[in-house]
Ligand binder design. Sequence first.
Ligand code: MTE
Ligand code: HPA
Ligand code: MOS
Length: 777
Amino acid sequence: MNSNTQHVSPANSSVMGKPHFHESARAQVSGSAVYIDDISELKDTLYAAPIMSRVAHGRIKNIDVNPALRIPGVKGVVLSSDIGGDKYLANFTHDEPILAIDHVYHVGQVIGLVVADSVMGARSAAKLVQCEIEPLPPILNVKESLKAKSFVLPPVHVKRGDALEAIKASEVTISGNLEIGGQEHFYLESQIAYAIPLEQSQWLVHSSTQHPGEVQHWVAHALGVDLNAVRVECKRMGGGFGGKETQGGHLAVWASLAALKFKCPVKMRLDRDEDFLITGKRHPFYYEYKVGFDKSGLIKGLELMLASNCGFSADLSGPVSDRAVFHVDNAYFLENVSISSYRCKTNTQSHTAFRGFGGPQGMILIEHIMGEIARQLDLDPLEVRRVNLYQPSSTGKRCVTHYQMTVEDNILEPLINTLAQSSDYAKRRKEIAQWNASNSLIKRGIALTPVKFGISFTATLFNQAGALVNVYTDGSVQINHGGTEMGQGLHTKVAQIVAGELGLPLDQVRVTATDTSKVPNASATAASSGFDLNGRAAQYAARQIKNNLAAFVSGLDECGAGAVVFEDSLIKTPHKNRAFKEVVQLAYANRIQLWSDGFYRTPKIHYDKTTLTGRPFYYFTYGAACTEVAVDTLTGESRVIAVDILQDVGRSINPAIDLGQIEGGFIQGMGWLTNEELVWNEQGALSTHAPSTYKIPTSGDTPQHFVINLWPEPNQEDNVFGSKAVGEPPFMLSISVFEALKEAVSAGLEDKVMQKKRINLSAPATAERILRAMQAF
Ligand code: MTE
Ligand code: HPA
Ligand code: MOS
């Protein structure tokens, strides 16, 4: 039976589409919301701390743990030799040792664990372990790994038309390169897991993870037990941002192995410095490009080389690099294009998912090229962007992506035009030019850039979800679904959709902790699709219950089930209104099922991995931002002054939460492109591993003018409530900051030499880099 079949009329709700508070906002600010470190500990709980490599690449000759064992309270250590079964993590690529085996591959790699009866005891003892490591030559950057052909996965090439010929035949050509840095997730709650051995070789693991199902799989594999012996629970994360899509699993496996050896519950939490040194970050990228265009700025041919710094193992680098390839077009039709993507292996942390998942790294390249073309031709960059936009699919022209997907829901042109008007882009650009002409110290810049972001996991199989909805005999409702809460408001939105379906107030519906024993085989909460997938699954479950109740009351009142309405805590037939609770009690007494599961899989999507062609995305989420910046030509310091955003979220399920996602995503992206600089020293050690040296944006960095509007149309595809995914797309609006900064730098150069046409600025655009770019003549 298709649980989507609705025998009852749609709910007319005061819950859906409304700006409700985040379900745990009050608990979070008052401190009563529970994170893993707040869970009351069981008797005999021990604590594990990591023994980390101080060498970027080397062969382990000897590990002397005796100095650690002498510390009072230390129970022992866990090394690779303690692992009875497979010494590798059970991930897709099977290339990552759980604990270093006989080699180390980056500074910070976990060689072993010290287990003690206190957190600080374990940590200080771990620092005393002596590892004798024979150094081997490391590869510390992408250029070296390209030269050495050192890759974690084979290169991928995607082509359409003949880029080389088209570039040759173009009126103007330019070529160049660009470097974009990585980014630390800086979730407030660092990585943590608490592993609890239960009776008869069963396990409960509390894990701060976006993917409890994968943690269950990894832990079961490492312990050598079946999946049904491991239950993983995640109440909430203090932020994930992609950093807990895979990397929360390591902690869970380490804590479980320690718990196995010492037969006690074991908790392991990284401190901030350890988290920086051990876990992967956003992939840094290096690019080379060659572009041919005409005098209007229309791109004729484009050759792109993308090299992602993946670190020492594959982790999610394959799909991240694929998503970069899928998003090098951003909003633009590329007629003749040739893309090469290299997945570089380096002796650093294994880089991983981070909001946008390679999308930002793909888009920033084409946006940089748009700016370069405009400066070359002395055109307004917005005009160059406009001439290259995808055309509406109704024209049948310039509407198919380089991976052969037709862009059917294109709203780029009206969206950009609306924002250009509301932000007064053209007038401000003129004023800024006048300002720059008469001010030599402070230069200003403005840029308006669009975003088109593909929604769905590119690996089609992950686009499925399940949910469980229970109605209790007092009429209260409990939901469990496969998605995890990391602050993004997923549970709030899922509760809204179920409350709306059942015609109940929001406070009558609760979402419980994500639990692998309730909804099995759930995908990661990622790819911005948490609500699309789990919201629909929960909606289907609620509709099933509704169908049961409607059939029951229509029997009582001898009407059609289709005439039954659920609203205002009432169940209404043409003859009678009854309280929801009353019907539930009557239905229970008549042995009607009051709970249901729901399952959803995204329709229409498919794609061929070998050629990267097909329809990987169900739809696109669009947006655009207009950003104005100011740069101090003496110090290189910069400031974001004004930001106007127009974001498409379809029909918003919760405008307050969506607005929060847009603000947060934009500011996080701004940090990536301006202040957040990761520095690895010549020995391959990350020297920026604490807030003292790594600067994320603070509230003081919020632009004074920060205006966000929502696009008024619903999703053109049949998505839950007509909404669109919102978690990641706004992150990429921050590319407007980088483009505006280059405009300001260009104005700074204008006073000096003819160099203004090419801007040599890599990201993050720190004060030093901006100063250097302005002195580039
Ligand atoms: N918002 C908050 N507050 N915290 C987070 O960790 N992660 C982002 C985004 N917004 C994140 C967030 C990322 S990387 C993704 S993929 C989505 O939320 C995941 O949640 P969703 O699919 O439910 O939108
Ligand atoms: N996005 C985010 N996370 C993922 C994806 C994706 O496309 N594929 C696998 N994990
Ligand atoms: Mo988000 S990077 O897809 O977890």
